[in-house]
Design a protein around this ligand. Structure first.
Ligand SMILES: C[S@@+](CC[C@H](N)C(=O)[O-])C[C@H]1O[C@@H](n2cnc3c(N)ncnc32)[C@H](O)[C@@H]1O
Length: 208
């Protein structure tokens, strides 16, 4: 029996199956009990940065969850957005919003099997963080990106330094270009919770 989900439990996850279980239990309340209460602004910031660097659709929203980043992208005029997430329960909430064309239930720590399409853009908000996904998954994302695709991924700032994201980007040097790091707040001024000062790095780059 899983405890009522919250951010501390999410950060303490260890395995992919832990993630599936937690998000299955969190899906219906994720927006009211987490995003709204925490004034979670990261999806909006990732979408804005993607547009600022010249990102266009078709876009794959990775770790799309209930669709907050997809909604933000759509409001900024980006059309043709697909969603990918490990959690079928989170994707079910996203699907009801009718913002995504296609939804894929996949684990990005493994090669992506169900997508036989190359995207012009990839975004991700909140998925490269403690207890979730590390830097090795970036290669699996590059495999579904077209040459020249714009990519904007948020990485929790502490997770970035603890888990060797800089080293991974050095290793990817011949596969990507125009690497930029944008430091942003994950939560807004109305957040009342412990983690309100947490930061993310939104890393942007293009596939060569
Ligand atoms: C904090 S939520 C972020 C959801 C949404 N992008 C947002 O910003 O609200 C993290 C999401 O990553 C997904 N996730 C965790 N591990 C994953 C994996 N290995 N592959 C794909 N998605 C994963 C979870 O199911 C969850 O929906």
């Amino acid at each position: 029996m899983i405890k009522k989900p919250n951010l501390n439990l999410a950060y303490a996850l260890r395995t992919v199956q832990d993630n599936r279980n937690l998000y299955a239990a969190w899906a219906k309340d994720y927006e009211t009990e987490f995003a709204h209460q925490m004034d979670y602004v990261l999806p909006q910031k990732v979408a804005e940065i993607f547009v600022e660097i010249g990102g266009v659709g078709p876009v794959l929203d990775v770790g799309a969850g209930t669709g907050l980043a997809g909604e933000a992208l759509l409001k900024l005029g980006i059309e043709s957005i697909d969603a990918l997430d490990l959690s079928g329960a989170m994707l079910e909430v996203a699907s009801n919003k009718k913002i995504y064309k296609n939804l894929f239930t996949e684990d990005i720590t493994q090669p992506i099997k169900t997508i036989n399409y190359l995207y012009q853009g990839i975004i991700s908000s909140g998925t490269f963080t403690h207890g979730h996904v590390g830097p090795d998954a970036i290669e699996n994302l590059l495999a579904v990106a077209q040459e020249g695709a714009c990519i904007a991924l948020s990485v929790n700032r502490d997770h970035w330094f603890k888990n060797g994201f800089s080293i991974k980007f050095q290793e990817l040097d011949d596969k990507i270009e125009r690497l930029l790091l944008h430091e942003v707040s994950i939560y807004g001024n109305n957040s009342k919770a412990d983690h309100r000062n947490d930061l993310a790095i939104v890393v942007t780059f293009k596939k060569v």
